[in-house]
Design a protein around this ligand. Structure first.
Ligand code: S3P
Length: 427
């Protein structure tokens, strides 16, 4: 599709769509808890709809009146074998987290997805699940999907030092640990998003977290709850970037979730010299806020180490920010970007360089030389929603020519109304 270019100044207010990570988990927790869970502000993006369908396939009754979603949970043992393999679409969160839930069932399930899912590394989940007593394996002796999970009612607790910083892997182990006998101890490589830990507590479970060490004793029974999901900071990030780098802009973003394990983008924008104000609206357990962002002069910075998992999904849009900052930005310790929906290190460098940026891909990140002016080009999202949205924001900087985006439809994975919301900001 042809992207919008050459608009001056973005002004307005956006209600940020709901958090993708919490939406997935709200269905999962509703399904494995006993009793009714009601979910307000569920994200109806393709990925979360894959999770919803997966649990219907597993025999869970889930109603959607277009507003509230109601999940009738019957506990872990209420799940039933599917008639066919489960299709997770493009969703890494669905396939990885579900493996932890299926590990404790008494049946066998196969999980498959699209071209991108077929390339996502799964040993990171397969190995700990097998260590706990389940039998998980990939396609044709590989670690790649389709994945088969042979569950066991005899799951054992695990002591696990995580080799990667991954909330998906941690969450799969936590779901299995809730069903295993005894105390499981997980040591994270770096602290990653902690929505699963929060929701174990919210659903009446017990979990102890001390720095990077997490302890759960199973088996546990959870109880259905009312869940109200805040906006996704990862979706807000595109407007935070757009307002910062497009002259004469000011955007207000309502109801943005501000869980501290997710707010690395805020730290980066401030460090680069962005004009951002935050008015907190949530409570202590569920931090949220209204963010107001204005155009500013930015400077290049270094981004590495423990902040990386706090902004892992925002690195493509941060790279675009860096093309408009004075000086060099260096992103390190982000090799996980290579195994996202696409190789985001290569995708960012290839596509933005086609538009005139000066970006060097490295083994574990990107070196971005600013400030560059961008021009029209034919670009692709590689079927990756976050690359697609980043390229539309990049297109807004183009003064001449056209930007043609291939595979724009991928954006509906996390933000189906992205183009409509963006449209409301033109003066
Ligand atoms: C997610 C964890 C992250 C993130 C993904 C969502 C989650 O993946 O990139 O978009 O909801 O747990 P990893 O766990 O692979 O880092």
């Amino acid at each position: 599709m042809k992207l919008v270019i050459n608009k001056v100044g973005l002004q307005g207010t956006i209600d940020i769509p709901s958090d993708k990570s919490i939406s997935h988990r709200s269905i999962m927790f509703g399904a494995i808890a006993h009793g009714t869970t009601t979910i307000k502000n569920f994200l109806r993006g393709d990925d979360c709809l894959s999770t919803l369908q997966a649990f219907r396939d597993l025999g869970v009754q889930i109603e959607d009146d277009g507003n509230v979603i109601t999940v009738h949970g019957k506990g872990f043992s209420g799940l039933t074998a599917t008639k066919q393999a489960i299709d997770v679409g493009n969703s890494g969160t669905t396939i990885r987290l579900i493996m932890g839930i299926l590990a404790g069932t008494s049946f066998t399930t196969t999980l498959f997805g699209d071209h991108s899912i077929a390339k996502r590394p799964m040993n990171r989940v397969i190995l700990p699940m097998n260590q706990m007593g389940a039998k998980c394996f990939g396609h044709d002796g590989t670690e790649f999907p389709p994945i088969t999970v042979e569950g066991t009612k005899n799951l054992q607790a695990i002591h696990y030092q995580m080799p990667v910083a991954s909330a998906q892997v941690k969450s799969a182990i936590l779901f299995a640990a809730l069903q295993a006998k005894g105390e499981s101890v997980i040591l994270e490589k770096e602290k990653t998003r902690d929505h699963t830990e929060d929701m174990i507590r919210q659903f009446g479970g017990e979990i102890t977290v001390s720095g990077k060490e997490i302890r759960v004793t199973g088996p546990q029974q959870l109880k259905g709850q009312e869940v109200n999901i805040p906006g996704d900071i990862s979706s807000a990030a595109f407007f935070l970037a757009a307002a910062s780098i497009i002259a004469d802009s000011r955007i207000v973003l309502n109801n943005v979730g501000l869980n501290p394990t997710r707010t690395g983008i805020i730290d980066v924008i401030k460090q680069m010299g962005g004009k951002l104000t935050i008015e907190e609206t949530g409570n202590k357990e569920n931090k949220a806020g209204t963010l107001t962002i204005e155009t500013s002069e930015l400077k290049g910075i270094e981004i590495s180490g423990e902040i990386i998992p706090r902004l892992i999904d925002e690195l493509p849009i941060i790279a675009l920010l860096a093309t408009q900052a004075q000086g060099t930005t260096i992103i390190r310790d982000a090799e996980e970007l290579k195994v996202k929906e696409t190789n985001r290190i290569d995708a960012v460098a290839n596509e933005l360089n086609k538009m005139g940026a000066s970006i060097e891909p490295t083994e574990d990140g990107l070196i971005i030389h600013g400030k560059t002016s961008l021009h029209g080009a034919k670009v692709t999202s590689y079927g990756d929603h976050r690359i697609g949205m980043m390229l539309q924001i990049a297109a807004l900087l183009v003064k001449e020519g056209t930007v043609e985006l291939e595979k724009a439809e991928a954006i509906s994975v996390s933000y189906p109304a992205f183009f409509e919301d963006l449209n409301t900001l033109y003066q």
